[in-house]
Design a protein around this ligand. Structure first.
Ligand SMILES: Nc1nc2c(ncn2[C@@H]2O[C@H](COP(=O)(O)OP(=O)(O)OP(=O)(O)O)[C@@H](O)[C@H]2O)c(=O)[nH]1
Ligand SMILES: [Mg+2]
Length: 356
């Protein structure tokens, strides 16, 4: 899963990116400010660490999330805007968008358009995304209309798609969310290849003043879920030794690091859940969309496990932790045998039984 950090110039994207990447054990080299940078971040999960200590396999393998640091989008003049638009394809290839907006005040760093106003910044970004999606929709409509003039065998399908694209166009022009315009799964399939920006899960990070770093923030902004943090403080935190970090965080009233909060918020926005597997070799966390069935989850681990799926032996993490050991959890009747259609729950510890 890839998360794109998107924002207007100098909102603190690269500072946040560095903080998250460094805390996630990955080195960052921000040598070129005009290109995207990618970092792979381990998803923190104390449940996985608990399992690792209990079962003592050789390795502990965290789930991973990719963060893409996108250069700031300057929309103040046409030339800059052209350059900004060159970054949308990379954002389209990402699974979700994190808007990083400036909420900090700093006289030495002139604010974009002379304002520190997260809502207006978000509105400007959203308008640009709508514009970009509209262009794609218009191009597709023109193409479909041309095709419909010819007696091709796919006429019916094209007509259906044209009707859908026109509906999307109406929604975008009225600044209504595309999620409302796409009516069902079949339509969702039809639009998937376009990777519309305004259809992506999104989250806002308000990069606030250092003094507000410990405050919880607005919760929601312009209809997006929002969190608040100070990128600058988080970057300093990420560089400290873990022991000093705890103390510094306590002083500032920060209860969890930017990486932890951001990753958690991204999981929520993408509706991802985690399940765990363990064996002699490793204890491992896996991420899947909420609502995934057992056989699809098994395919994540190994295609053979899905092909030869017999049963999933499942214990909820909290039941295992409460029992204290696998043996005790079994004795308490906490292990279940589930079939292919079982919907995997967040925190399930699973042993797949299969036969190939
Ligand atoms: N005071 C203050 N300055 C910050 C904060 N975050 C970033 N800055 C400063 O703002 C400037 C830009 O930070 P970057 O992280 O490079 O911002 P960016 O959004 O990546 O910038 P572009 O990629 O050029 O759009 C740097 O001088 C940072 O030190 C913050 O939370 N508080
Ligand atoms: Mg940057």
């Amino acid at each position: 899963m890839r998360v794109a950090l998107v924002g207007l110039p100098f909102s603190g994207k690269s500072t946040l990116f560095a903080a998250v990447a460094e805390a996630g054990g990955s080195e960052v080299h921000l040598d070129r400010p005009d290109t995207e940078h990618l970092a792979v971040v381990k998803v923190p999960d104390e449940r996985l660490e608990w399992l690792f200590e209990l079962f003592e396999p050789r390795k502990c393998v965290h789930a991973e999330l990719e963060f893409l640091d996108v250069p700031g989008l300057d929309l103040t003049d046409e030339q800059a805007r052209q350059r900004a638009r060159a970054h949308w394809p990379a954002v389209r290839q990402s699974d979700m968008i994190v808007f990083v907006v400036r909420g900090f005040h700093d006289e030495s760093l002139p604010a974009y358009r002379g304002r520190v106003d997260p809502e207006q910044d978000l509105d400007e970004l959203r308008t640009e995304m709508i514009f970009s999606d509209l262009e794609q929709v218009a191009a597709r409509i023109a193409k479909l209309q041309a095709q419909l003039k010819k007696p091709t065998p796919d006429r019916e399908e094209h007509a259906r798609e044209l009707e859908l694209m026109q509906r999307l166009q109406d929604a975008l022009e009225a600044e209504r969310p595309l999620t409302e315009a796409v009516a069902n799964e079949a339509e969702e399939k039809m639009v998937r290849a376009f990777a519309f920006l305004t259809l992506k899960p999104a989250l806002v990070v308000v990069n606030c003043d250092e003094g507000s770093a410990g405050q919880s923030g607005p919760g929601e902004l312009c209809g997006y879920p929002a969190i608040q943090l100070s990128a600058k403080i988080e970057e300093e935190l990420a560089r400290l030794a873990p022991a000093d970090r705890q103390e510094f965080m306590k002083d500032l009233g920060i209860d969890s690091s930017a990486r932890d909060r951001l990753v958690r918020a991204c999981y929520e926005a993408m509706h991802l859940v985690s399940f765990f597997t363990h064996g002699e070799k490793e204890a491992r966390a896996w991420s899947i969309p909420a609502g995934t069935d057992a056989v699809t989850a098994a395919a994540e681990v190994h295609t053979d496990m899905a092909r030869g799926f017999i049963r999933a032996e499942v214990v909820a993490f909290e039941d295992l932790r409460a029992a204290g050991s696998e043996k005790a959890a079994r004795a308490a009747g906490k292990f279940r045998l589930e079939g292919k259609n079982y919907i995997v729950q967040d925190g399930d510890v699973i042993h797949f039984r299969f036969n190939v």
